[in-house]
Design a binder for this molecule. Structure first.
Ligand SMILES: [Fe+2]
Ligand SMILES: [Fe+2]
Length: 158
């Protein structure tokens, strides 16, 4: 996990997290800081193991830790944060030793993480891990959340 840890220490990574935290400080719905990224990484890796998806632990964790990095840009400009996060991830991946097919798998997972069944071997699992990692059942804003507007039940599965 050496390359992932070097990304997590990178000032560019930390500055983007800081900007998202700042914009979400009064948000009553799910936030997108480090806790969410770590939760999503762990659930994603469980899915990788359960479903036999052929990526390394570090590949899965890297995709999850970067998948919402550009969230603050969406608050500021309305631009899709999946696209913005993929753009930011590209530079970080290049600087920290990722390349070839691994880099492509990570970028596809980030870019497609809001779309069910999008292209890429890790992408659909990233889409699901993003949601499954949320402890919605305990959320005080559940009644207002559009994800549960159609009467869906919030339950912990992972
Ligand atoms: Fe997201
Ligand atoms: Fe997310």
């Amino acid at each position: 996990m050496e390359r992932l840890n070097s990304i997590l220490r990178d000032p560019c990574f930390l500055e983007n997290i800081r900007r998202t935290n700042e914009r979400e400080k009064d948000r009553i719905f799910c936030r997108h800081g480090l806790d969410h990224l770590a939760d999503a990484a762990r659930v994603l890796y469980i899915l990788v193991l359960e479903e036999g998806i052929e990526v390394s632990k570090e590949t899965a964790y890297t995709a999850a830790f970067l998948h919402d990095l550009g969230r603050w840009v969406e608050y500021d400009t309305g631009s899709d944060h999946a696209k913005e996060s993929a753009k930011m991830a590209e530079g970080l991946l290049d600087r920290h030793g990722y390349g070839g097919p691994e880099k492509e798998v990570i970028l596809l997972a980030i870019r497609g993480h809001r779309v069910k069944g999008a292209e890429g071997i890790l992408t659909d699992a990233m889409y699901r891990a993003d949601k499954l990692s949320r402890p919605c059942i305990t959320c005080s804003s559940l009644a207002l959340c559009k994800r549960f507007a159609s009467g869906e039940k919030a339950e912990i599965e992972y």
